[in-house]
Write a protein that binds this ligand. Structure first.
Ligand code: ADP
Ligand code: MG
Length: 687
C-alpha cells in the first residue's frame, strides 16, 4: 500500500521487472507502481478491426488475423530474413522480418497470429515487412499488442514498446487494486460525471473502445486540474492569511475623480479591471493581480489608478519596467495622468543624474508618498522604500521571478500588480500565472484600426519597397525585422546587419535608417530607439529586440523577413509595434515555411488581429510543448490535460476546488475535509 522508500523500488515486485529495468524506470522518475500506472500511452492505434487477406489496401496500417501456413529462413546478402506465410479463408499474405533470425523459432505452422503493419507491393505480390505481431495462444484470451485498440507508450533508451505494454497489462491486471484508492466519493463522481479511478486507469492503458478511453481521459484530466487547483488555492490562502498589506481605504469618489481627469473614456475592460483593483487594494490581504491585455489595450492607465490610490493612502509605489525607453514613456504618461491629481511621480534609471537620484533616495527613506517608475535601477540596495505599498511590473516576462519578488519581501508586504501583453488563453494563464488573480482586458480602445497583414513572396519585394517609400515621404515610419543578426555559413537566412547596409545604400538611400539588435550594447541601442521615437530615423532595422517597448504612433509599416522563423505569438507581438496611431498600418510577411504548420501560422496572422484568438490557434497547432516559447521553470506540466482544449473541465475542476477552499479573495480557509489531503498525497508529482 505504501510508497516505496527511496532505493527500494517497489516495481521489482512486479513480474518482469528486474533490477536493471527498475533502474531504467527510476531514471524516468517512475519509482512506484502508482507512478507506473500514470505512465500513459502517447497515443493509440486502432488495431481492433481485422482486414481479410484478399484485396488488402496498400500503404495504410491494417490489422489482419490468420493461420501460419509456412515459415522460411532466407538470409539475403548476409542479412537474416524470416518469411512467414499466413492465410485466412479469403487469401494469403507474406510477412517478412529482417534482422531478427530468432523469430524463425517463434513461428510455426498452425499457429493463429495477428499482424499489424502496412502492405507494400513486392514482385507482383503484396507483402508486409516488420509488422507488429502477436501469436494467439488461446483464441479466447485478451490480446495486448494487436487485435485491440493498442496503446503506444513513450519510450526511453533500453525500454521497448512490446515489453512495456506487457508490463503495463500485468500491472493493471494484478497490482492496480492494491495501489490505488479512489478518494472522490461516488456522489461527487456521479454529479461530475466521472468514472471511478480504477476503471479510468485500466481504460487509459487497455481501452475496450475509444469511447471508454475518452471517459477515462476525462477522469484523469479532471484529477490533474483538480489537484493542481486545490494545491494552488491552499497556497494562495496561506499567503493571504500569513501576510498583511496596507489597506488603501479608497474613497468612493476617487474613481470618479480619476475618470473625470482622463482625456478619453475608459473601455469596459478597463472599468472592470479598475473595480478589481479597488476591491483588492481595500483589503489587508495582499493583492496579487495579473493585468492581462493585448498590446495597446491600455494597461498603463489602469496601473495609474492603483498608484493614485496608493498615494492617497500615504504609500509609495514602485513601477518596474524592463527598458529605459519604456520607463521614460511610462514616466511621461504617469506625469500626464497623475500630476493634475497631485501625485508625485519620479523616474529612476541608470541615466538619472546623481543629485536628482540622491534627492529621490532621501525622500524615499523619509517615507514621502510617491510613484517611482524605473528600470532595474530601482532594485539597487541604496534605494530603500520606507513605506512601499504597491509594486507594479510591466511586461512581466522580462523579469525573473526573483527580481519581482525582491521588492515584495518586506513587512508589511506591498500589494502586487503584474502586467503582461502575452495573450495566452485564460485557462492557461490560470496555470502559468497560477497564483495570481487575473483581470483580463479583451477590448481595445475605440478607433483602433486593424493592421492589414499580407504574406507575400520575395519576388514582389521591390513593389513593396516602392509603396513604402511613398508613405515614408509623408512622414510615416517603418520597421524591418530579421530573425538573425549576422549571416552564418550554415543558414541562408537574411541577417539584419548585412541587409541594413543594402537597404541603406541601395534601396532607401534618401531616408535615414537605424539598426538595433541584441549585440549592440544597451545604451547605444536605446539611443537609436530614442532617435526613432523622435522621428529622426525613418526606418528601424531590427531583430526581435523591438518586441517590447516603443509606442510610436507614426510607425505604420512593418516588414518581417524570414517570418517562418518566428513563432505566432512573437509575430503578433512584433506586429503590435505598428497600428498605434490614427493612420492605417500594414504588415508584410516574407517567408517560405517548409511545413504545413508553418504556412498555417502565417495565414492565421493575415486573418486574425485578436491576440487571444491567435494564442488559441497557436496552442492548437503546437500543443502544450513549448507554449509561446515562454516555458518557465515552475510552470505546471500536465501529463494528459490540455489547458485550452480541456478548458471546460478546467473550469469545472477549479470551481470544485474553490468550493472546498472557499472564495479565493478572502483570507480565510474553508474547512478542508480529510479526504482532500489523502487525495493530494496520492496524485503523482508533476513538475
Ligand atoms: P498597453 O496595454 O499595450 O500597455 P498602453 O497603456 O501603452 O497600452 O496604451 C496605449 C495607448 O492607448 C496609450 O497612448 C494610451 O494613452 C491610450 N489609451 C489607453 N486607454 C484608452 C482609452 N480608453 N481610449 C483611448 N485611448 C486609450
Ligand atoms: Mg504597455
Amino acid at each position: 500500500m505504501n510508497a516505496a522508500a527511496p532505493g527500494i523500488p517497489e516495481l521489482r515486485y512486479i513480474k518482469g521487472v528486474g533490477p536493471k529495468r527498475a533502474l531504467l524506470f527510476q531514471k524516468m522518475g517512475i519509482h512506484t507502481v502508482r507512478d507506473l500506472l500514470y505512465l500513459f500511452p502517447r497515443r493509440y492505434e486502432d488495431r481492433s478491426h481485422f482486414a481479410t487477406l484478399n484485396g488488402l489496401p496498400p500503404e495504410e496500417p491494417i490489422t489482419c488475423r490468420g493461420e501460419v501456413l509456412d515459415v522460411k529462413f532466407k538470409p539475403i546478402r548476409g542479412m537474416p530474413l524470416v518469411e512467414v506465410l499466413i492465410g485466412d479463408p479469403t487469401g494469403t499474405l507474406k510477412v517478412v522480418f529482417f534482422n531478427r533470425p530468432y523469430l524463425r523459432k517463434q513461428f510455426s505452422a498452425g499457429q493463429e497470429v495477428i499482424v499489424y503493419g502496412k502492405v507494400e507491393p513486392y514482385k507482383n505480390d503484396l507483402q508486409m515487412s516488420n509488422p507488429e505481431f502477436e501469436i494467439v495462444a488461446d483464441p479466447e484470451a485478451a490480446t495486448v499488442h494487436t487485435g485491440r485498440i493498442t496503446p503506444i507508450y513513450p519510450l526511453t533508451e533500453g525500454l521497448f514498446q512490446r515489453s512495456l505494454r506487457s508490463l503495463l497489462k500485468e500491472t493493471v491486471d494484478h497490482h492496480l487494486a492494491d495501489h490505488i484508492t479512489d478518494y472522490l466519493s461516488p456522489e461527487l463522481r456521479q454529479s461530475l460525471d466521472l468514472v471511478p479511478l480504477d476503471r479510468a486507469l485500466r481504460q487509459m492503458h487497455l481501452p475496450d473502445s475509444l469511447e471508454e478511453q475518452a471517459r477515462a481521459r476525462r477522469r484523469i484530466v479532471f484529477d490533474e486540474f483538480f489537484s493542481f487547483e486545490l494545491q494552488l488555492f491552499l497556497r494562495i490562502k496561506a499567503i493571504k492569511i500569513k501576510y498583511q498589506s496596507p489597506a488603501f481605504k479608497i474613497a468612493p469618489e476617487l474613481l470618479e475623480e480619476f475618470k473625470r481627469s482622463l482625456p478619453f473614456q475608459l473601455t469596459r475592460s478597463q472599468e472592470q479591471a479598475l473595480q478589481d483593483l479597488r476591491n483588492d487594494l481595500n483589503q489587508t490581504a495582499p493583492m496579487n493581480r495579473l493585468l492581462q491585455g493585448d498590446v495597446g489595450s491600455g494597461k498603463t492607465v489602469v496601473a495609474a489608478f492603483a498608484f493614485l490610490a496608493a498615494q492617497r493612502a500615504g504609500s509609495q509605489s514602485a513601477f518596474l519596467v524592463p527598458t529605459e525607453i519604456l520607463a521614460e514613456q511610462h514616466y511621461r504618461t504617469l506625469v500626464k495622468f497623475l500630476q493634475p491629481l497631485k501625485v508625485d511621480v519620479e523616474l529612476l534609471t541608470k541615466s538619472t543624474e546623481a543629485d536628482r537620484r540622491g534627492r529621490l533616495i532621501a525622500a524615499l527613506r523619509q517615507g514621502k508618498p510617491m510613484v517611482v517608475a524605473g528600470t532595474h535601477a530601482i532594485l539597487q540596495e541604496e534605494v530603500q522604500f520606507s513605506s512601499l505599498g504597491l509594486v507594479a511590473t510591466d511586461e512581466q516576462h522580462k523579469f525573473g521571478v526573483h527580481q519581482r519578488n525582491q521588492l515584495l519581501q518586506r513587512k508589511p508586504r506591498p500589494h502586487q500588480l503584474v502586467m503582461t501583453a502575452t495573450p495566452i488563453p485564460r485557462t492557461l494563464a490560470m496555470t502559468v500565472f497560477a497564483d495570481l488573480d487575473i483581470s483580463l482586458m479583451k477590448e481595445l480602445p475605440k478607433g483602433r484600426q486593424p493592421i492589414s497583414t499580407y504574406w507575400i513572396t520575395r519576388k514582389k519585394q521591390p513593389e513593396i519597397f516602392e509603396h513604402m517609400a511613398v508613405r515614408l515621404r509623408k512622414g510615416e515610419q517603418a520597421y524591418v525585422v530579421f530573425p538573425i543578426i549576422e549571416e552564418t555559413e550554415k543558414s541562408d537566412l537574411l541577417a539584419a546587419k548585412k541587409e541594413y547596409e543594402r537597404l541603406r545604400k541601395f534601396v532607401f538611400p534618401q531616408f535615414k535608417l537605424g539598426l538595433v539588435h541584441g549585440k549592440i550594447d544597451r545604451e547605444a541601442r536605446e539611443a537609436v530607439m530614442r532617435a526613432f521615437t523622435r522621428r529622426e530615423i525613418d526606418i528601424l532595422v531590427a531583430t526581435s529586440v523591438i518586441e517590447v517597448g516603443v509606442d510610436q504612433p507614426h510607425a505604420t509599416m512593418m516588414i518581417i523577413e524570414n517570418a517562418e522563423r518566428f513563432g505566432l505569438a512573437q509575430l503578433h507581438q512584433l506586429r503590435g509595434r505598428v497600428g498605434r496611431g490614427p493612420v492605417g498600418s500594414e504588415c508584410f510577411l516574407f517567408g517560405e515555411p517548409s511545413t504545413d504548420e508553418g504556412k498555417m501560422r502565417l495565414r492565421l496572422l493575415t486573418k486574425l488581429q485578436d491576440g487571444f484568438q491567435i494564442a488559441d490557434e497557436d496552442l492548437k497547432l503546437r500543443g502544450q510543448g513549448d507554449l509561446w516559447g515562454t516555458r518557465q521553470s515552475g510552470e505546471p506540466f500536465f501529463r494528459v490535460a490540455h489547458p485550452v482544449l480541456d478548458a471546460e473541465l478546467f473550469t469545472l475542476a477549479r470551481s470544485e476546488a474553490q468550493k472546498l477552499t472557499g472564495s479565493v479573495r478572502d483570507a480565510t480557509l474553508g474547512k478542508i475535509p480529510a479526504w482532500v489531503q489523502k487525495y493530494l498525497e496520492q496524485m503523482p508529482k508533476t513538475d
